[in-house]
Design a protein around this ligand. Structure first.
Ligand SMILES: [Zn+2]
Length: 398
């Protein structure tokens, strides 16, 4: 199988570190709102990958995190304050909503679904390690990653300094912090301040009360659950810089094991009405709203009809078409008396997916089979995570 690796910017043969065992870490949500189509695109793309790897005989261990606490994001904290509930309760509520939406789309739950707030001690250990190795520095009670100690900082994103500054601003990096030796240095631990609003929590650490940096969270949790080196690390392409670049420096700096990640896979951004789907633009399309009108399989079809690595624009007419296409396929499956398929069909199907997980082409292939009333459609359809249990019920009930 070949996949596009953002680290080398090449399509490469996929060879896991451990023969038939694959470790995958995908960056998760900040839980303060429901699941939009951009989230669903990332997580369903990786769901298809994981299902396909399992189909090919790999044993997959999948970890995904929940950023329920970090150093800069006040969305959870401010909302919890508005609603007079604890930030943990609010984060738990929206995490459950997210899982509900994703499970509706027949998403396989990760082996480890982990909350940042429960792993503070792992982050603290990692920060101490970076301080011991003099790759980080402490000013007052905050700790920063010394990016000057990493000559290849930028190897994943390949950005110019100007672009790094620009992208950092998009993620609220505190570039003007006077404690930093260099504006692009990464905050590993942000100390509590005397004048911070009372709803901002003070977590304990050997450096003093404060909160962990967002980037160190994923380094610590991937290491805890998957080891010092992992096969695949994924996330949206907006996370390449600074989040994943920082993770590489932190993890490789602490362990000396290079590369920390063998294959970086970044999913495309979903646009709507000409702009990136985002809370600030107010152009979010929520999965829970789509589920009121369309079947989960139709939404999955729409998502997988776009290549995981490319940006795309959501248009409702494409979802209407997706609904028609899954209905065509499902009516053929419901009528079909046999689920047997020929080896050559499987071979053709796997050849398509082996080529950088080309799901759009795999869906076209399925549609072609449906037009030919080909037996064996059901099995191939379910490999990509389309639910077929309801279809059997339909047959049984008819
Ligand atoms: Zn992450």
């Amino acid at each position: 199988m070949n996949i596009f690796n953002s680290l080398t910017a090449k399509i490469e043969e996929f060879k896991p570190l451990n023969k038939n065992k694959v470790t995958i870490y995908v960056c998760g949500i900040t839980p303060y709102d429901t699941t939009h189509l951009g989230h669903a695109f990332t997580y369903i793309s990786f769901d298809a990958l994981i299902r396909y790897l399992k189909f090919k005989g790999f044993q997959v261990t999948y970890t995904q995190n929940v950023t329920d606490i970090n150093d800069r994001d006040h969305d959870i904290l401010d909302r919890a304050k508005e609603q007079h509930i604890s930030w943990k309760k609010l984060a738990d509520f929206w995490t459950r909503k997210f899982l509900q939406d994703m499970h509706s789309l027949n998403w396989i739950h990760p082996n480890h679904y982990v909350k940042a707030s429960r792993h503070i001690h792992h982050m603290v250990d990692l920060i101490r390690d970076l301080l011991d190795k003099e790759l980080a520095y402490r000013v007052n009670n905050s700790v920063y990653l010394d990016t000057a100690k990493f000559p290849d900082y930028g190897k994943l994103s390949r950005l110019t300094q100007d672009q790094m500054f620009k992208d950092s601003l998009d993620f609220d990096e505190d570039l003007e912090c006077p404690e930093k030796r260099y504006p692009l240095d990464i905050t590993l631990w942000r100390a509590s301040t005397a004048d911070q609003p009372p709803h901002i929590p003070h977590l304990n650490s050997p450096f003093g009360p404060g909160r962990p940096g967002w980037h160190i969270e994923c380094s610590a949790m991937s290491m805890e659950y998957l080891g010092e080196r992992i096969d695949i690390h994924g996330g949206g392409n907006d996370l390449i810089f600074p989040h994943h670049e920082a993770e590489i420096a932190q993890s490789e700096g602490a362990t000396g094991k290079i590369p920390f990640v063998r294959y970086w896979m970044h999913t495309g951004t979903v646009f709507y009405q000409g702009a990136k789907m985002s809370k600030s633009k107010g152009n979010l399309v929520m999965v829970s709203d789509l589920l009121k009108k369309y079947s989960p399989n139709a939404i999955r079809w729409l998502l997988l009809s776009h290549h995981w690595n490319k940006n795309w624009e959501y248009k409702e007419k494409n979802l209407i078409q997706a609904q028609k296409k899954v209905e065509t396929i499902e009516s053929v499956i419901a009528r079909s008396e046999t689920t047997k398929q020929s080896g050559s069909l499987i071979q053709q199907f796997t050849a398509i997916l082996d080529n950088n997980l080309n799901t759009p082409k795999a869906l076209e292939f399925l549609l072609d089979l449906a037009k030919k009333n080909s037996p064996g459609l059901k099995n191939l359809y379910s490999i990509l995570g389309f639910r077929t249990d309801a279809l059997s019920k339909r047959i049984a009930g008819s």
